[in-house]
Design a protein around this ligand. Structure first.
Ligand code: PMP
Length: 395
């Protein structure tokens, strides 16, 4: 049977990681993979996470199975933190998932089961969104709505695109720190999107993977809360992998907002069945760490402090990058409009390749850069490399 399969292309970002690792040049800069880095280029385990891990190691008395819903203390604490009081608690159900990806996958399967045929996605989006929904049986429909030159989100274009949606279709929204653009709607934009969605009977699916890395922890949930408090039904896929630095522990949750407690119980029973058929139960370690942190005031304060330091680092690097101003056709100043780890520069694939070959600067072929891959010296190098690119008329 395997002979019927066709060979699939490598993930282009993984290829860039390999090329970067093999590059002997000392001044090489890695802006590719989407993980937070400190000034020395490390992705350290957060101190609060280490402390919770130590406690877990000494206090955990059993590794017996939990259940398809995972760690319910984790889910409860996270719901309080994320949804807050935007929605009455009897309208919220949730379960632990393997990362934000697992949450999105489960959301997609629930949608397919509920007869949702299509999901509208502002484009470009995280490269995994479209294939993930398509493979679960929900067809992605893309709405181009970003201008890279001015680094702006075209709200009117997005809403106009949504006019083609049928009632019952879904809409994907990046809760904050848009990947790969870094540009989010402002507060007024979120309100307009929320009413537009509610009026047309669309199902919002909020992907919140970077809470705390944009404007601040509660500020970054404001858009999601506006949506959740406006509509009768919604899904929220949450990742703890960036804001707790847990990446490989695969820590996330899926929340469903339902019209009432009874429909919530029905949705939850479907989610449990789908989770059971996918992974039976989610991996425990990351969720247990997050629960220990969130149930302990001192650890929570420590984690929030560390997260704020990470957020500030991103903010200052973004400002330093933007200070490069206009270089040829590229207005780096506009990058200051964005938030979080990513920006996508208006570079052609040929320019991206030239920067890699000539200056050992590695980024995705789309021009997406991970701002955490910089330090101040690397930003100066990057500005010089862009000037050199313009001087050499590379297009
Ligand atoms: N959504 C977005 C927008 C992301 O960027 C990512 C991670 N790159 C995810 C979801 C998935 O996160 P996780 O690693 O927790 O699966």
């Amino acid at each position: 049977r395997f002979a019927t399969l066709t060979r699939q292309p490598d993930d282009p970002l993984l290829r860039i990681i390999g090329q970067h690792a093999a590059d002997p040049r000392a001044r090489k800069i890695d802006l590719g993979v989407g993980v937070f880095r400190d000034e020395e280029g490390r992705t350290p385990v957060m101190t609060a996470v280490k402390a919770a891990e130590t406690r877990l190691l000494s206090e955990q008395s059993s590794k017996s199975y939990l259940g398809p819903e995972g760690d319910t203390g984790f889910v409860r604490a996270l719901a309080k933190l994320v949804v807050g009081d935007a929605v009455a608690s009897d309208r919220v159900v949730g379960l632990q998932t393997p990362g934000g990806t697992g949450a999105l996958r489960l959301a997609a399967e629930l949608m397919a089961r509920a007869g949702v045929a299509r999901i509208w996605i502002g484009s470009p989006s995280w490269a995994n969104h479209a294939p993930l929904f398509r493979q679960a049986g929900v067809e992605p429909a893309m709405i181009p709505c970003f201008d890279l030159g001015t680094q702006t989100f075209d709200l009117d274009g997005f809403l106009t695109g949504l006019n083609a949606a049928d009632s019952g279709d879904a809409v994907l929204l990046h809760g904050c720190c848009h990947n790969p653009i870094g540009i989010d709607p402002n507060a007024a934009g979120w309100s307009v999107i929320a009413s537009h969605i509610a009026e047309r009977g669309l199902l919002p699916v909020v992907d919140l993977a970077y809470q705390g890395l944009g404007d601040g922890f509660d500020e970054d949930a404001a858009g999601a809360r506006t949506i959740l408090s406006t509509v009768p039904e919604a899904l929220l896929a949450y990742s703890c992998d960036k804001n707790f630095g847990l990446y490989r522990e695969r820590t996330g949750a899926l929340f469903a907002i339902t019209p009432d407690r009874d429909s919530g119980a029905t949705v939850f029973s479907n989610l449990l069945g789908l989770a059971r058929a996918n992974w039976s139960m989610p991996p425990d370690h990351g969720a247990a760490i997050v629960r220990i942190i969130l149930e302990d005031e001192a650890l929570t304060a420590q984690w929030r402090d560390e997260l704020e330091t990470m957020r500030r680092r991103l903010e200052s690097l973004r400002a330093a990058l933007a200070a490069g101003g206009r270089i040829g056709a590229i207005d780096l100043g506009a990058v200051a409009h964005g938030k979080g780890m990513f920006a996508t520069l208006p570079l052609s694939p040929a320019q991206v390749e030239w920067l890699r070959d000539r200056h050992a600067i590695y980024m995705a072929g789309s021009g997406r850069i991970n701002i955490a891959g910089f330090n101040l010296a690397a930003i100066a190098t990057f500005h010089d490399a862009l000037r050199d690119m313009v001087a050499n008329a590379v297009v």
